[in-house]
Design a protein around this ligand. Structure first.
Ligand code: TRP
Length: 477
């Protein structure tokens, strides 16, 4: 069973912060947040999102890391080790969620490989603004979508099979700082664009008539997604954290870093959109495809029309996007693999092979749901027609990939988070949590009191209320 005694550990504080922020920072920040913020009209959505990060996300992150470090186990055995085996279902739910997220995530991550190749071509031969149709055609090319996604999964598996310090830590230690530097350079360039002011106004001027209950659930769900919460990833990563580290300090650092990168990504992309009239036109009146492709279609515009050194930065940027995605896919796969290893005493190789194979199967469905297969592209779980449960559960989205994305982020992760807060707030002995957080030592009393209040009342009630409102608002006729 457990091999807690010889369990690997992060080499230190920086190692863990980089690995955890590597998990947090990914396509959620660079691809998803800008486009859902655009679709939800910025302002109020951003504000709700920030509130969700601070009031729900941060306390949940502290809770997950606490469970992991207390037990030195991944989620399923962790609940057993704490003497509450009935709660192991939360861990299993996380494993399923992880499989579903990784299935679609690896497909999108594959797009960054294509963008890299495309940028190398532009850097050599000169930039030619791509048409909206070109991106649509790329999405509909089933073979490329499956192949690129599979490539990404394979890369992830190779790193995960090598274990914590050998693979995950070494990779993220180099990549995260470089990504941050390039993002800052991009942000400075964006400040010189005419559309910068409009972008800031769009992001930070809230208009509350524009956000509904579904938008609030989306903001909440994304807070979980972007911080890698609600499925045991931080329990698993926490299980490798050394006892002397401050859980609260680490969590705060990761949450701030993740939020800054997400906001900066929006500033960059919206500045471009508000600067180029034709882009703005398609974004405001074009279909969903143009928003989904923001990171891959809109951004190259900046590299090749407004940015000194863009011919070098462009291709390099997509390498970094790929790495940001990779440090996230690693954490997703690690949850599944660690569970199989801890629970069934499988070897890492066997666990990685079985997990990757299963995920690849589902990723084929996602890859072909972007136009290649008509059936998969129009998939809705509750009948072909929009409305009813399709509307309540998935905001009427169609296609396997869109469904996996929506159901995991908006339902499974918040539900996982709800269970974790209830567990830590009401089931886990307060003395154990107090000890693990080193209250009075590295964690001040007031922070402990605030965290207790958040996990016992604030977070569970807020999550429960939002979910309830969305279900209640549904039209089931
Ligand atoms: N947080 C990552 C991102 O924003 C995605 C991710 C990695 C994730 N691991 C996770 C999401 C675990 C939920 C749970 O891109």
């Amino acid at each position: 069973m457990s091999e807690a005694a010889k369990r690997e550990q992060w080499s230190g504080r920086l190692g863990f912060i980089l690995a955890a922020s590597g998990s947090a920072v990914g396509l959620g920040n660079l691809w998803k947040f800008p486009y859902i913020t655009w679709e939800n009209k910025g302002g109020a959505f951003v504000l709700v999102y920030l509130a969700c990060i601070a009031v729900i996300g941060l306390p949940v992150m502290i809770s997950e890391i606490l469970i992991g470090r207390r037990t030195s186990q991944s989620a399923v055995p962790a609940f057993r080790a704490l003497g509450t085996p009935r709660w192991a279902f939360v861990g299993w739910m996380g494993v399923i969620t992880g499989v579903l997220i990784l299935a679609f995530y690896s497909v999108i991550a594959g797009w960054s490989l294509r963008s890299f190749v495309q940028c190398v071509g532009w850097s050599i031969n000169g930039y030619e603004a791509p048409t909206g149709e070109a991106f649509g055609a790329f999405l509909a090319a089933g073979g490329s979508q499956v192949g690129l996604g599979a490539t990404f999964l394979a890369l992830t598996a190779v790193i995960v099979v090598r274990g914590i310090s050998g693979g995950i830590e070494r990779a993220t230690k180099i990549l995260m700082p470089v990504l941050l530097l390039i993002m800052l350079y991009l942000a400075f360039t964006a400040m010189t664009l005419d559309g910068f002011g409009d972008a800031i106004a769009f992001l930070f001027r809230p208009s509350f008539s524009e956000i509904g209950k579904a938008g609030i659930l989306e903001a909440l769900g994304h807070a979980f997604f972007t911080l890698s919460l609600g499925m045991g990833a931080m329990i698993t990563y926490g299980s490798y954290v050394q006892k002397k580290e401050s859980i609260v300090g680490i969590s705060l650092t990761v949450a701030i870093l993740d939020t800054v990168i997400a906001i900066v990504a929006c500033v960059i992309m919206f500045s471009i959109i508000f600067t180029v009239p034709s882009l703005r036109e398609t974004m405001e009146h074009g279909g969903g495809g143009s928003t989904v492709g923001m990171l891959f279609v809109t951004l190259p515009n900046l590299f090749y029309t407004a940015m000194p050194g863009g011919v070098v930065i462009g291709p390099l940027f997509y390498v970094l996007v790929a790495f940001a995605a990779l440090s996230s896919t690693i954490s997703l796969l690690e949850v599944v693999v660690a569970t199989l290893v801890d629970r069934f005493s499988w070897t890492r190789i066997k666990a990685t092979a079985v997990a990757t194979g299963t995920i690849f199967f589902f990723s084929i469905g996602c890859a072909l749901s972007l136009g290649a297969s008509e059936f998969l592209s129009n998939f809705r779980l509750f009948g072909a027609e929009p409305g009813g449960l399709n509307k309540v559960v998935a905001a009427d989205k169609a296609g396997v990939l869109a469904w996996f994305d929506h159901v995991t982020a908006n339902w499974l992760l918040p539900l996982g988070g709800l269970f974790i807060t209830i567990y830590v707030g009401w089931v886990l002995m307060s003395k154990e949590a107090e000890e693990e957080l080193d209250v009075g030592g590295s964690t001040p009393r007031w922070a402990w009191t605030a965290w207790r209040f958040a996990v016992r009342f604030l977070a569970p009630l807020a999550i429960g209320w939002i979910v309830f409102e969305v279900i209640r608002g549904g039209d089931f006729s």
